[in-house]
Every structure is written in C-alpha cells, then in structure tokens.
Write a protein that binds this ligand. Structure first.
Ligand code: ADP
Ligand code: MG
Length: 630
C-alpha cells in the first residue's frame, strides 16, 4: 500500500472506459451517437476484424473547431449541456463527455474534423500517460472522421474477454441496426473487411421506412405488421411504429425495438405494457414483435440513470404504461375482417398485396393470413379484373337469398350455447349492402369436419371452425361480464396473508380500486392483510397468489390487470369447452352465421391461444399454384 496520489489522466480514463467500452460494439455506439448529435445526414463505417483492428467512421456533421479538438478527447468535456437544467431536459444522445476520452485511453484514436467555416481540416491524436493531444493540419471535407485502431492494445485483460471476430461483428452490427432504426432520415453504410454489409439511403416515406425495417430486421416482420400512430393531446405523448400480428410471434424476445425520443431503451414498464396488450392473443411462451417510437417531453423522462443510457426512468410511470397499453391493445383488438373501420395499415402491406398480380409468384405470402381490413383484398380482386379476371361478377349468382339468410341464422342460433345470437346476426345482415359480398364471403363447404371453406371477392377463405367459434364465444362472454359488472361473494373463511409493509400500504391505499374489482381487502397489521370478499368468477382461484401478483404489479407499475387477466383466463376456458368441437357437421347456414359473427367480433383473427382462425387464399395465390399466366 503506498501513499494516496492522484491517478494519471490515462488511468482515470481507462477506469471510466470500464463502464462504457466493453467491446467494439460499444465504441461504435458512442461514435455513431456523436455523429447523430452533430446533425450528420450520412454516416459511413469501415470495420476490420470485427472492429478490434479498426473502426473508422466518417460523417458529414457540424464538425469540431480546431481549438476544441483537444478538448473533445478529454474527460468531462462536452458541447451538449451547460447546467443542471439542460441535463434535466436533455435532447442529445450524449451528454456525459466521457466517450472519446475513454475510447482514446484504450486504443489508438485519431480524430479529424472540419467545420463549415474553416478552410482546412485538423487532426488530433493523444499520446503518453498524461494524454496530451497533438493537433496537426489534415485534408478533410466538412464533418468528422474518427479512427479507432487496436482496441484494448494496452489493456490485455479486457482484450481477453473479446469473442471471435464473427461474434464481435454481430454485436456491432446490432448496434448499427438499432441506430439506423432510430433515425430514418440518416443514410448509413456499414462495411466489414471491405465488404458492404448495409447500405441504407435516407428513408423518408413510409414505404422507404418499411423497406429499411425489412432489410434490417426481416421482410416477414413488416409483411405481418400493422402501423400504429397515436398521439394523446393532453399528455403530449405520441406512439408510432409497427406492431406484428399476434400470429407472427417469436420464441424469443428478439424482435422488440422500443425508442424513447430517438434513444433505444429497455424498460420494465414498457415491456410490461406491451406484454399485456398481447396477453389475450399470444400463444403461451411466445413473444410479440414490434418496432415502436415514443415521443414525449424530454423533461418527463430521466436518461441519466445508466452509463450506457440503455435504461430510462419515466416521471409518470402510470401514464406511460396506460398509454402504451391502450394504444397497442386497441390496434390488436381491431384485427378482424371488418370493412370500414380499419386499423392504420401500412402502405407497404397494401402495396405488397396489390402488386401480387398473376404471373409474378406472390413471394412468401401464400396461405398466410392476409392483413385486414378485407377491402384491401378486394382491391386485389379489382386489380385482377384488370389483368383479365373478373372475380366479383363471377360470384354474384352464388349469393344466398334473404330467405336462405334467415334460415342460416336460425340454424346457427340453435347451435349456439347462448341466446341472443339470432338477434345480433340479424342486425348484421340488415346492415350489409345486399350488392356487396361480406369480407369473409359465403360458406361453400366443410372440410373433414375441421375447416369451413368460403368464397369471397378475393378468392377462397379457409376458417378453423373450432378456433374461430371459441374466440367468438369468449369475446361475447367478456362483454357480458363487463356489462353485468362484477358480482362478488363473501368468503366463508376470510383469507389472512403475510405481505411486506410496502404491499400492505399499497393494499390500504388502493382499497377502493380493489372493491371496484369485487375484492374486499383490509389491513390487519404492519405486514398482514385480510381478504373478505372476491368475485364469483374467481371463487375457485388461488386467491392469495392472485392478490400477491396484483400487489406486486401495483407497487411497480401503479396499476394491475391481473384480476382482469385471471377472469379472462377462466372465461377463455369456459369458452373453449362451450365451442363447437372438430368433427361436428355444420350446415351451410350454420357456417355462414359463424362467418358473420367473426366479422363482428374483436380479435377474431386469432383464437384465444393466438393461433390464426382463418386465412385467405386469393385468386392470385391459387393461380400461381397452377402457374397460370406465367
Ligand atoms: P458527449 O457526446 O457526451 O458530449 P463525447 O466524448 O462523446 O462526449 O464527445 C465529446 C464532444 O466532442 C462532444 O460533446 C462533441 O462536441 C464533440 N464531438 C464528438 N464527436 C463528434 C462528431 N462526430 N461531430 C462533431 N462533434 C463531435
Ligand atoms: Mg458522445
């Protein structure tokens, strides 16, 4: 042990580098963010050997004044904030003034730059233990070039933790992807060992943006995604982007991108809200996919909670949670074959459908559940008419008469476990313009007691009878449950539970919320609560576990859907048992009544387990199966 002494600047920087510079990918993140903060519109990255040998970035941003160059490489030097007020409403990606100093302490770094009003460029490199910077002239257009060679050459311990070149490059590419998704207006080029990996032009229109997502993530994602764009005037929140159909779920949470004011983040509140939005339609253990952008007043979000700024803290957790949940839940609920009220559908989706003309094998979209609303599909049919088909007129003769329709409804009503079906279905018929084919068309046959085949303007519709009916019944039961309100009953023996004092506080504070949900709860001591009354539907549930889950949610998120979820689960089970089983022979009228019910039901695109309930095969799809028109 020696006497106390000040660390050399290089060592101090190397210690700081421990936090932010873990691997080549972290260097790329920092210097890319600097270019975006400098207003660059084009960024080029050249990488060698996974970034360990070389990372070179060029941008066309504002550049750095000659006199500031040396400062840019020193610790705690930034042009982005001046005082605490700035920090509390920070709009730039960087603000800590540490990245360049850290990186230059563990690599051979050269920074070359030129501003608009300089007529030549200047360059700095740092040397030695005290990191004094040498400034020299260098030819350079406006903008900056950062060259990082031999990362960790002087910190062998760090170097040992690096993985193979391929793995390091994968990490680095992921960073580029995220930043390229965060700023559609900026062009990016990424080369690895002289090979172009990504070349992305600025993407302004929605179609261009979708093309970028398709290139960076997967074409299948964007083909199966719906566009969202919702603003809440009062709170100034806006959420926009793309959410995948529940049928396009993933086995891992690997296609989830969420940006807050242009910064990618991972956040419990956000993840929870989105999981909840999908919870009723996702198969157990599957993960939703999304690329979403939230914009809000920078004052409402604290980005200074983590050195790499991957985490943020929202000032109004509850508001943000509710907004995200409500917005995405609505879009997902709107997925049903309905004309008129359409979830905002993305341009590319419509154009992919429309461009699928005969003679061009419709790439990758055969048999997939088409994206709703169905009038998009009818657009396809019209397009086909131009190409020598006239599907709509072909089917007119097959429409049932009014009398037949009435028979159909009566038939289906008899099949249904609930009453009231007849009335609703009749209404639906009355609203339908008699000259128009309904979105899911008219039933023509039943296949092996499992599938209903129907014919609509676009072509053939195949419906999984049990899955579809189950969803219809389930949604109806939920509505009835909501309309009747929550009926609750006292427990024979009140359940007393040991909880933390924070949870007990929460239970006490939210007693009224609980009572609205049909639960009577009271505090008995510092760490004890007692439950006296629960909803009838939950009488057989494990009530203490449910209450613990709910309190856990409330403590973290200020709200909980657990009771609703649990009730829904029970309703879903009942719906499953109450729906038509496979191998039950249906009459044509019964099948038609089911199709009409599906058109009227929220979330009818998936069964309660998230599997698709129906699929469209357009005439184009069928034609290309037989290579017609090629
Ligand atoms: P921070 O980004 O937190 O400010 P950095 O160490 O990353 O800290 O960068 C220090 C400063 O160098 C920045 O504040 C900025 O003024 C300047 N700078 C870095 N990179 C660039 C660039 N590509 N173009 C213009 N200025 C830059
Ligand atoms: Mg920075």
């Amino acid at each position: 042990m020696s006497r106390i002494h000040l660390l050399t600047p290089r060592l101090a920087n190397q210690i700081a580098a421990g936090e932010v510079v873990e691997r080549p990918a972290s260097v790329v993140k920092e210097i890319l963010e600097n270019s975006l903060d400098a207003g660059a519109s084009r960024i080029e990255l050249d990488i060698e050997q996974g970034g360990v040998k070389l990372i070179r970035l060029r941008d066309d941003g504002r550049g750095i004044e000659k006199d500031d160059l040396a400062l840019a490489l020193s610790r705690h030097a930034t042009s982005k904030i001046l005082n605490l007020d700035d920090l509390e409403a920070v709009e730039s990606l960087g603000f800590r003034g540490e990245a360049l100093a850290s990186i230059s302490s563990v690599s051979r770094l050269t920074l070359t730059s030129r501003t608009a009003d300089q007529d030549a460029g200047w360059q700095v490199q740092t040397e030695g233990r005290d990191m004094t910077a040498e400034v020299s002239p260098a030819a350079h257009p406006q903008g900056s070039t950062v060259e990082v060679r031999d990362l960790f050459f002087n910190t062998p311990a760090r170097r040992k933790f690096l993985k193979t070149e391929k793995t390091e490059f994968k990490h680095l590419e992921e960073v580029v992807k995220r930043l390229a998704l965060s700023r559609f207006d900026v062009g990016f080029t990424l080369r690895h060992n002289q090979k172009v990996i990504h070349q992305l032009r600025p993407a302004i229109s929605e179609t261009e943006q979708e093309r970028r997502i398709s290139t960076l993530l997967s074409p299948a994602f964007i083909e199966n995604a719906m566009k969202v764009d919702v603003s809440a005037e009062a709170s100034g929140l806006r959420l926009w982007g793309w959410v995948a159909l529940p049928t396009f779920s993933r086995s891992q949470a690997d296609l989830q991108y969420f940006f807050v004011n242009g910064r990618i983040i991972r956040d419990k509140v956000v993840a929870h809200a989105l999981r909840q939005a999908y919870q009723d339609v996702l198969y157990h253990g599957r993960h939703p996919a999304y690329v979403l952008y939230m914009e809000l007043d920078p004052k409402l979000v604290d980005v200074n909670v983590h050195p790499t700024k991957h985490e943020v803290r929202f000032r109004e957790t509850r508001l943000v949670h509710d907004f995200i949940f409500r917005t995405t839940h609505r879009v997902i609920a709107d997925i049903r074959p309905e004309q008129g009220s359409e979830p905002a559908i993305s341009g590319a989706a419509a154009s992919t459908l429309l461009s699928a003309v005969p003679g061009q094998a419709a790439s990758g979209q055969h048999f997939e559940q088409s994206r709703m609303p169905l009038h998009q599909l009818q657009g396809t049919a019209t397009g086909m008419a131009g190409a020598g088909f006239a599907p709509s007129s072909r089917y007119v003769g097959d429409r049932p008469s009014a009398g037949q329709v009435r028979d159909q409804i009566a038939g289906y009503g008899a099949l249904h476990p609930q009453n009231g079906v007849v009335d609703t279905a009749l209404d639906a018929m009355a609203e339908t313009d008699s000259s128009e084919c309904p979105p899911l068309g008219y039933a023509i046959a039943q296949l092996h007691g499992i599938f209903v085949l129907a014919q609509n303007d676009a072509g053939l519709v195949v419906v999984d009878m049990h899955a579809a009916h189950e969803r219809v019944v389930y949604e109806r039961m939920k509505l009835a449950y909501e309309a009747e309100g929550v009926r609750s009953q006292p427990l024979l023996v009140p359940v007393s539970m040991a909880v933390s004092s924070m949870e007990a506080d929460c239970a006490e504070e939210h007693a009224e919320v609980f009572s609205k949900l049909g639960i009577e709860i009271a505090r008995m001591g510092e760490e004890t609560i007692v439950i006296r009354q629960v909803p009838v539907a939950l009488a057989s549930a494990d009530i203490s576990k449910l209450i613990l889950d709910v309190l856990g949610d409330m403590v973290i998120f200020g709200t909980s859907q657990k009771i609703q979820e649990h009730t829904n689960e029970l309703l879903a089970t009942m719906a499953c048992h109450g729906s038509v089983r496979a191998n039950r022979q249906l009459t044509i009228p019964e099948m038609n009544a089911l199709l009409r019910d599906m058109e009227r039901t929220e979330r009818s695109g998936q069964c309660n387990h998230g599997r698709p309930t129906w699929t469209q095969m357009s005439m184009t799809d069928l034609d290309s199966l037989f290579m017609r028109g090629q």
